[in-house]
Design a protein around this ligand. Sequence first.
Ligand SMILES: NC(=O)c1ccc[n+]([C@@H]2O[C@H](COP(=O)([O-])OP(=O)(O)OC[C@H]3O[C@@H](n4cnc5c(N)ncnc54)[C@H](O)[C@@H]3O)[C@@H](O)[C@H]2O)c1
Ligand SMILES: [Zn+2]
Length: 360
Amino acid sequence: LVVRSKELNLKDYSVCFGNAKTLLSKFLSDTKYSMFFVLVDENTKTHCLPLISEAVSGFEVIEITSGEVNKNLETCNLIWNKLIEKNAGRNTLLINLGGGVIGDMGGFCAAVYKRGIDFLQIPTTLLSQVDASVGGKLGIDFNLIKNCIGVFRNPLQVIIDSDFLSTLPKREFLSGYAEIYKHALIFDDEYWKLLQKYPPLNNINTKELNEIIYSSVEIKKKVVEQDPFEKNIRKILNFGHTIGHAVETYFLERDEKPLLHGEAIIVGMICESYLSSKFNGLSEESLKDIISTFGYSYQYRLIPKSAHLKILSFIKNDKKNIAKENNFTFLNKIGDSKINCTANKEEIIDALNFYNKTVI
Ligand SMILES: NC(=O)c1ccc[n+]([C@@H]2O[C@H](COP(=O)([O-])OP(=O)(O)OC[C@H]3O[C@@H](n4cnc5c(N)ncnc54)[C@H](O)[C@@H]3O)[C@@H](O)[C@H]2O)c1
Ligand SMILES: [Zn+2]
């Protein structure tokens, strides 16, 4: 592992790695905002806000209730109402302090409030640090369709501090690690081999964790820079997500112990690796490697047969699907992937059955 620079520069913003309070103070020192708002949920208010509050003098806190179920228009209303109540003008900065829910929804609220106010992303979960923090996708769920309403817009800066992760529940940490595995599988086989040395359940030390977070953000940056609006190559990031999103929505709708995003993506990656092995030349050996690597850390949930039709209908509604065709990213091999692949209904059900067999 090599020590690398603490900043990644994208076209119109940068991702800074290090102590959040220091980085935020530095950012604010040469800006002139008339008002500051910090968006938090009950968890980031307790665990994360104290770590940065000294960096901002005089800010309003907007607190929302945590959870994907609240990533919706009602919560946006609450945020906009609070901004209006405090007479927030265009010269306002919104600091989104939290996981992907806060980042996506806070960013969206900022992007459309008075046609757009500035915002900063300070992601505090592993998932939001390695994935949601880069790429400009903002939005909310609508009619139970994930990320159905949203926009592309970049923050002024992203601040990534792995110290926040010390209070993150283990399950959330694992959920974020799923996206890290995804980055390796679609893009970098050496990185995959390295990750196999650092299973997320073995305590990874700070230095290694910082390197892993940096490498993942770097991969995401390389991909989104080539294709900011997801017309082609960026779709490789959807590996595991066509089926994964549908599985996530299925459990969210049933509202009985929903799966975390990354947990659903693990299910999706197993199914889509299976489809890759059937239709895209991924070797049997690689498929086994993927399943055993995941199996070391993740607990699987059975997908009941009665869920198949629902899951298929969610895949049809997924915004990633062009017209009638299901749109998949398949692996060619570990570290290399191909966009615009298809699988039909029967093949998807076959993949879900394969997953269940692997899990039992
Ligand atoms: N915009 C994108 O490109 C992108 C990419 C991936 C995912 N997402 C979105 O991100 C969301 C998932 O994000 P997430 O996994 O971060 O979930 P989350 O935002 O729901 O956070 C998970 C939980 O951890 C708590 N939490 C956050 N930081 C904490 C900390 N430091 N200590 C203790 N608890 C903490 C939160 O309060 C919440 O209960 C989904 O809505 C997904 O659609 C967006
Ligand atoms: Zn994801």
